[in-house]
Design a protein around this ligand. Structure first.
Ligand code: FBP
Ligand code: MN
Ligand code: MN
Length: 335
């Protein structure tokens, strides 16, 4: 029988599998603090574990997307080097917890994420913390236009998805800034799934085969936008974005370093490579991934690992041995 890979050289090592160790470690450390009401403690635990694990990976990584200093939470810093310095030169985008508040309150939908791409291929949002986003799954990838009216985008996605407009579900972050957007979606007759946080996981729902949503619309973080672009590339969907400033001061500061608020950023502007890696682990239970479960000496995690070049999507359920991990990794998961 002919081999699946023929005689071709096997693909390069899948970095996303290595990244998954980082998201698992971050999720296990942060999940331990679920519901304690302390966002910074959870973020700090996730950041330390993530940094520790990613530094063991054979790569020459530079953090392009840390988290932005939007809320002065513990973070991996932009420009920080990660990995052993061997092998591939990669841009890294991390969000050790997307859904810090969800974790602190024990609400579903928090995940830990890392994305990687060849050096110099990830969009650097500089000081702009927010972006207006439009994300869709594979069937609707060629029909979206973030500059067209909301109803028109819904109509086009409905046509592409062979659905009635009333059956289209749009994921939207529940924020006062989205009052107009929500009104327009309702006026178009579509359904809305409001999320309190976590628009990376929200965006992934557009590419999920079952129980998903059809679109994500609205303003969320720019770090999350770049990470989302990596994930959506791997899942075959599409995304557009436009930078958004909270106030004139932020806008002027960004304009001074050459940022353009009128430009429609395509998925390729956000990450201009198809060799993109993505890993995510559930912290609290979510639509996509189960949260971390602590069972005495064992910790259970659920992760999603993807590589855009090969198109492989892996779901990895792992069982971790708490006491062994404490010893070898020096991370105190019992803390
Ligand atoms: O809460 P804001 O300021 O509206 O920002 C929205 C962003 O914050 C989040 O809801 C949560 O992000 P963090 O948990 O990483 O802080 C993102 O998913 C989203 O993109
Ligand atoms: Mn975060
Ligand atoms: Mn985030």
């Amino acid at each position: 029988m002919k081999s699946l890979f023929g005689n071709a050289r096997l693909p390069d090592r899948n970095l996303a599998l290595e990244f998954c160790r980082g998201t698992e470690a971050a999720a296990m450390s942060a999940g331990r603090l679920m519901g304690r009401g302390d966002k910074n403690a959870a973020d700090g635990a996730a950041v330390n574990a993530m940094r520790y694990m990613l530094n063991t990976v054979d790569m020459d990584g530079i953090v392009v997307i840390g988290e932005g200093e939007k809320d002065e939470a513990p973070m991996l810093f932009n420009g920080e080097h990660l990995g052993t310095g061997k092998n591939a030169e990669v841009d890294i985008a991390v969000d050790p917890i997307d859904g810090t508040r969800l974790t602190a309150l024990g609400i579903s939908g928090a995940i830990s994420v890392v994305a990687g791409a060849p050096r110099g291929t990830m969009f650097n949002p500089e000081t702009v913390f927010y972006m207006n986003k439009l994300v869709v799954g594979p069937e609707a990838k060629d029909v979206i236009d973030i500059e067209a009216p909301v109803a028109e985008n819904i109509r086009r996605v409905a046509e592409a998805r062979k659905k009635a407009m009333g059956d289209i579900t749009v994921v939207v972050l529940d924020r006062p800034r989205h009052e107009k957007l929500i009104g327009e979606i309702r006026a178009a007759g579509a359904r809305i799934k409001l999320i309190t946080d976590g628009d990376i996981a929200g965006a992934l729902l557009t590419c999920k085969l079952e129980r998903g949503a059809d679109m994500l619309m609205g303003i969320g973080g720019t770090p999350e936008a770049v990470i989302t672009a990596c994930a959506i590339k791997a899942m075959g969907g599409n995304m557009q974005g436009k930078l958004w400033a909270r106030n004139d001061e932020e806008r002027q500061k960004a304009l001074a370093v050459g940022m353009d608020f009128d430009k429609v950023l395509t998925i390729d502007d956000l990450v201009c490579s198809d060799d993109v890696f993505f890993a995510a682990t559930g912290i609290t239970d979510g639509d996509f991934l189960k949260g971390v479960r602590y069972e005495g000496e064992r910790i259970y995690t659920s992760s999603l690992v993807m590589r855009a070049k090969s198109g492989t999507v892996r779901y990895i359920d792992a069982v971790h041995s708490l006491y062994k991990l404490d010893k070898i990794a020096g991370i105190d998961y019992k803390a």
